[in-house]
Design a protein around this ligand. Structure first.
Ligand SMILES: *Cc1c(COP(=O)(O)O)cnc(C)c1O
Length: 401
């Protein structure tokens, strides 16, 4: 990726140079070459509901969505998204002016950043962060300002004073992800209230990444920031079908926001993909209208998997941060006691894990600007079949021998 032309100028421009290669490619290659169980990347190893898959087949066969769908998304899906926001959160959005369908949450995030950020604007984001945020901010010419979630009594918490201190006169927006990947933290009502007050006081825009909105466990509750006073008009809420319905390959995402914000995001989006996933949009419209039992069962299934993996990792000697949301468990490798883990170097640990234990995981350090903050932490995905998780745990337990 760092190829040179004859004039020795790097091919990849300066904005993207630091994102040339990702650890995911390396880890997936390792998984393939060693036959290890891949708990690195977060995708389910079984597809979502049969009736939703059939809805996509029907749309294809009936010729719905096989040609360019409307720019904002097919009306059936926009109506279903608005109905979902109303039914779940009491948020009412006009499907025609306040909903935009995108190529996954990834495009929604990129388009929102490209539309709303001027070069030189600062964007405050919670670190560790999803890898597309840093690249999206860079493509928009913005400056990222990380606020680190710190390990404290079994979970990663936001320091509200640090968040307030990170906001300057150059801050344009806050990029908030809850439930949070990779830590599994779900921001509380009190934390969200403080974030909302800060946004209103400093007149900031907010982008929220809510792709794990249906994956919250125990007493945790997902509350969209847009529901807080003064937030509806300044919040670009983003979600997607990939995680909620276990169809990550379909790449159907969406934005809900006030008309001005949706219009701005659409201005950028129309020149990225213009439109995408025509037939799948019809299927996702049906998925969003599934009865509550689907969402309840999905959550119960993932909760059982969380407990299986979290308990297994603890028994294998990891310190476990039992997640309140998402489908990832973050661990601290230091208690494991081997030289590799004792140094607290998650990157080195993950590079040799496939060979040592036949499992692939991801070092959280890659999600940090302050790499050292994330050094001892390693992330495992539990959106896999029970038998696969059981085998992974069995293998990981051999690490200490
Ligand atoms: C998976 C993920 C996304 C990407 O969603 P797509 O709909 O697949 O583009 C965005 N944000 C977070 C935090 C994710 O984990």
């Amino acid at each position: 990726m760092t190829g040179m032309t004859s004039s020795a100028r790097p091919l990849l421009n300066r904005r993207l140079a630091e994102f040339g290669t990702t650890i995911f490619a390396e880890m997936s290659a390792l998984a393939a070459s060693t036959g290890a169980i891949n708990l690195g990347q977060g995708f389910p190893d079984t597809d979502g509901p049969e009736e939703v898959r059939e809805a996509a087949v029907r749309a294809l066969r009936d010729g719905r969505g096989n040609q360019y769908p409307p720019g904002p998304g097919v009306p059936e899906l926009r109506t279903a998204i608005a109905a979902h926001q109303e039914r779940r959160y009491g948020l009412s959005y006009d499907p025609d002016t306040e909903v935009l369908v995108t190529a996954g949450a990834t495009e929604a995030i990129a388009a929102a950043l490209l539309a709303l950020v001027e070069p030189g604007d600062e964007v405050v984001a919670l670190e560790p962060y999803y890898d597309s945020y840093a690249a999206g901010i860079a493509m928009a010419g913005g400056t990222r300002v990380p606020v680190t979630l710190r390990a404290h009594e079994g979970s990663f918490r936001l320091d509200l004073d640090e968040l307030r201190a990170a906001v300057t006169d150059r801050t344009r927006l806050l990029l908030i992800n809850t439930p949070h990947n990779p830590t599994g933290t779900v921001l509380t009502r009190a934390e969200l209230t403080a974030i909302a007050e800060l946004a209103v006081e400093r007149d900031l825009l907010v982008i929220t990444d809510e792709v794990y909105e249906h994956l919250v466990f125990d007493e945790a509750e997902h509350v969209p920031l847009a529901t807080f006073p003064g937030m509806r008009e300044r919040t670009v809420s983003i979600s997607s079908a990939g995680k909620t319905f276990s169809f990550t390959g379909w790449k159907v995402g969406w934005v809900t926001a006030a008309p001005g914000l949706v219009g701005a995001v659409r201005s950028a989006k129309q020149f990225l993909t213009y439109v995408s996933a025509g037939p799948f949009q019809y299927a996702v419209a049906e998925a969003l209208a599934l009865p509550d039992s689907y969402f309840v069962d999905f959550r119960a299934d993932m909760l059982a998997k969380r407990d299986l993996l979290a308990t297994g990792l603890a028994e294998a000697g990891f310190k476990v941060f039992r997640p309140a949301g998402t489908y990832f468990v973050t661990t601290d490798i230091r208690p494991l006691g081997t030289a590799l883990s004792a140094e607290g170097d998650g990157v080195a640990f993950c590079r040799t894990l496939p060979e040592r234990a036949g499992v692939v995981a991801v070092p959280n350090a890659v999600f940090y600007d302050h790499r050292q903050e994330g050094a001892p932490f390693v992330r495992f995905a539990f959106c896999k079949r029970t038998a696969v998780l059981e085998e992974a745990v069995r293998r990981l337990k051999t690490l200490r021998k």
